[in-house]
Design a protein around this ligand. Structure first.
Ligand code: C2O
Ligand code: CU
Ligand code: CU
Length: 442
């Protein structure tokens, strides 16, 4: 109780920032004003450049994750600007209803800016979804989840590398999980259906979510909106930047407390009231039809490695995409309106959440391959059958978990305005350290 307040950064004084709620076809202008101090309150690793760690100068640029926007309003990392400056961005809202989120994307310090609190929910609604009668209004809530390291004095702590041979911290895992910015909050709920929009905004941690009392999730959507049918799930795993839209029915739980768990840890509580009010919401058996992209219609398949053996560095694993650094010339140059498939060949020992700006995609399959054959002469030798995505990954996605030892294939239609966008690993420590590449929509 007598701990000092924890400084955080936010949008309009809030972290998470205010929920931006839009309707398809109603474009929006937002002026993002940088009113932050000039120096960061969190440290950055500078060992890489031989300098001591220090607090970097502040720059920001806001990206709406999952939004189809012109390049000039997409929040290109190098468009970051200093305090006292602003950027007027245009959001067309010309896309299907989905739970998106906005966050900082400034070059090299995204991990610190988001960790400090620069994120919020961005909802797109449409008439087709509204006609389904899903829980709405007070019964439709975003739940933004992240983990943070909180020191004994209550302050936010960002880890730094003490090891000169490891110039940056490759992951950041917290000692506390925050829901909508709070530690173990509770919510008073009625004994009825709720729609919860689960969003993982953590730097590197994934969440393994379940409800107490064996209350199931009915998953109705993923990153880019509704699934074809609701799926009954006892657990939901979310990698950084992934979303799951769920309906939870508390109607049999009157007078009880239901906890949301990450693994075995309770991270928030729903206190279900006794009183009866008529629940007029619906959970239809079918939600939205999704036309599968035929991979055979792709004009191009790009084979892109995740991680690369670095001979100059005693064969250590460098966290690169397609063997390239951020500053290397653009290699991914899809044509506007073309269909492509991208195959992510994961050479590392971990899964990476891979995200593309501008477009939504479908997961085609994941297939195990022979790492030794690849390392010997870059031949892709599969060692088992292709695995189709599970039903909860069969909708539209914008972030996909690329598993180690697997080739993960996605298909997308490059709709949108030509220009310079990015694709990257959404582990923020990786993204800030060259696991991000520009792409050019021609
Ligand atoms: Cu969540 Cu490049 O974005
Ligand atoms: Cu994005
Ligand atoms: Cu990564």
């Amino acid at each position: 109780r007598d701990l000092p307040a924890t400084p955080l950064w936010g949008y309009s004084g809030l972290s998470p920032g205010p929920t931006i709620d839009t309707m398809r076809g109603e474009p929006l202008l937002i002026d993002w004003v940088n009113a932050l101090p000039t120096q960061h309150f969190l440290p950055i690793d500078h060992n890489l450049h031989g300098a001591e760690r220090s607090q970097p100068e502040v720059r920001v640029v806001t990206h709406v994750h999952g939004a189809r926007v012109p390049a000039a309003s997409d929040g290109y990392p190098e468009d970051g600007y200093a305090p006292g400056h602003s950027a007027l961005y245009h959001y067309p809202s010309a896309q299907d209803a989905a739970t998106l989120w906005y966050h900082d994307h400034a070059m090299g310090i995204t991990r610190l800016n988001i960790y400090a609190g620069l994120f919020g929910t961005f909802i797109v609604r449409d008439a087709e979804e509204q006609a389904l009668g899903l829980p709405s209004g007070d019964f439709d809530l975003p739940l933004i989840l992240c983990d943070r390291l909180i020191a004994k004095d209550g302050q936010l702590y960002y880890p730094v590398s003490d090891d000169p041979s490891a110039p940056w911290v490759t992951e950041c895992h917290g000692n506390a999980v925050l829901c909508n910015g709070k530690l173990y909050p509770y919510l008073d709920v009625e004994p009825r259906r709720y729609r919860l929009r689960l969003i993982n905004v953590a730097n590197t941690s994934f969440f393994d979510l379940s409800l107490s009392h064996e209350v199931p999730f009915k998953q109705i959507g993923s990153d880019q909106g509704l699934l074809p049918v609701p799926l009954t799930r006892s657990r939901i795993e979310l990698y950084p930047a992934e979303r799951a839209d769920v309906v939870v029915d508390f109607s049999d739980m009157a007078g009880q407390s239901v906890q949301l768990h990450h693994r075995s840890e309770a991270i928030m509580e729903f206190r279900v009231h006794d009183h009866e009010r008529r629940d007029t919401s619906a959970l239809p058996a079918t939600l939205r039809s999704i036309k599968r992209i035929d991979p055979a219609s792709a004009v191009r398949d790009r084979v892109l490695t995740l991680g690369e053996l670095d001979d100059a560095n005693g064969n250590a694993m460098a966290m690169l995409l397609g063997g390239k650094r951020w500053s290397d010339p653009v290699t991914e140059d899809p044509r506007q309106n073309s269909i492509e498939t991208w195959s992510f060949v994961n050479l590392t020992g971990d899964a990476h959440p891979i995200h593309l700006h501008l477009v939504r995609f479908q997961v085609i399959d994941r297939r195990p391959f022979d790492l030794f054959a690849w390392n010997a002469d870059r031949t892709l030798k599969f060692t088992g059958p292709a695995q189709l995505p599970p039903p909860h990954e069969a909708g539209w996605k914008d972030t996909v978990r690329a598993d180690p030892g697997m080739v993960t294939r996605i298909a997308m239609h490059f709709e949108g305005e030509p220009g310079r966008y990015v694709w990257h690993c959404h582990f923020l420590e990786h993204e800030d350290n060259d696991m991000m590449r520009p792409y050019q929509l021609l």
